[in-house]
Design a protein around this ligand. Sequence first.
Ligand code: FE2
Ligand code: FE2
Length: 438
Amino acid sequence: RTTEHEITLGHLTPNTQYFYSVHSLTETLAEGPDFNFITAPPTGQPKPTRIWVIGDPGQSPDDGQIRVRNAYYRFAQQRRTDVWIALGDNGYFYGNDFEYQTNFFAVYPELFRQTAIWSAIGNHETWSVAAGSRIPYLDIFSFPTNGEAGGIPSGAEEYYSFDYANIHFVCLDSTTSSRATNGPMATWLRADLAANTLRWVIAFWHHAPYSKGSHDSDDPYEVEMIEMRHNIVPVLEEYGVDLVLNGHCHKYERSFLLRGHYGDSKTLRADMILDRGSGRMNDTGPYIKPASGPFANQGTVYVEVGCSGSIDTPTGRHPAIAFEELHRGSLVIDIDQNRLDVAFLRDTGAIGDSFTLIKGEPEPLRLCNLVLRNGQAIVRWKSTRGERYQVERSTNDQSLGWEPASDPITATGATSFWTNTVAADPMRLFRVVRLAPQ
Ligand SMILES: [Fe+2]
Ligand SMILES: [Fe+2]
């Protein structure tokens, strides 16, 4: 006799709402208007997609976990959650069936009825059995091993990939599987990413590679954090993965747009930060991943959100982290065509942080500021690394007789600037233009 059942539903049509009920031979176990789901759209077809991400949620359940949940329910209103991700440590303390029931399944019944959850293995998932034994998690969940939801078959439930609309998701196991560069997981990962044709790629696992939350990714004892950063992150960046989601540290931290930082925090160099701005539309502008050129599709943002249950004393501040805060909360991700928006939703309902990634198209040229001081003009604008720009001037706003004021300027970062002496008289107009590729 078992209380765990697994049923495969076949012949479903994409993008279609289905209602369901659950019965035994003698009684109705679950039924009602809330018991319905919408199947994924055809793979590759863009659809405005809402993703909810929780990290280290299953604490007791205590008030904090409930407040985080309620804040999301209030935020979402009637907007359906298309993809739901849990980053591990889902049921404290040992991750056994009883704790999963009380600390996880019983906390989000409304969402479980309508949305599939995709999870990664945290360290607490392994604590109820001897090392190397089969963990309850693998019976609690049923994840694809044979590419059933897209991607290359992983042959393991511990790590897998799946597609939704124009997004490819990769779940990795930082806890129980080999993290070696040439281990089975890394080998599968390379094949999976090489085969992907979808526009967006989001990867997630439990142990954050860049953190000084309740665990320090510089601490030599934190082998999971170190080996994922050293062995796995280079593979993800080689294939242009856009966003990485982690938990384990009970705090919120998210990085700048990064590339090439695989050592401890002291090895972070300025050129590994592709955009030192906030990534906010109303501030220094979104992070941009160019579609072509020598820097095509480069740059990844790393978000650590292991605070959907409780928060714990941090160990410091990691220099790759653009923004952090010690609040309970969850992550709301919206993807529409070539734009990805991320918001950290606190348990109070306030947005603690947000940023935007845009890929595949150049953004309209945007001036940051123009300073005129002591006969000097300083012009700053948002740029794409490797592209060429030129400042032009005109003395007559009627004739549009623009002439070069600067030599061509090849951008080396996400912001470029030009400065020169300007005559007090006559009146001059300046503008910045993007030059055609050479
Ligand atoms: Fe945790
Ligand atoms: Fe953990």
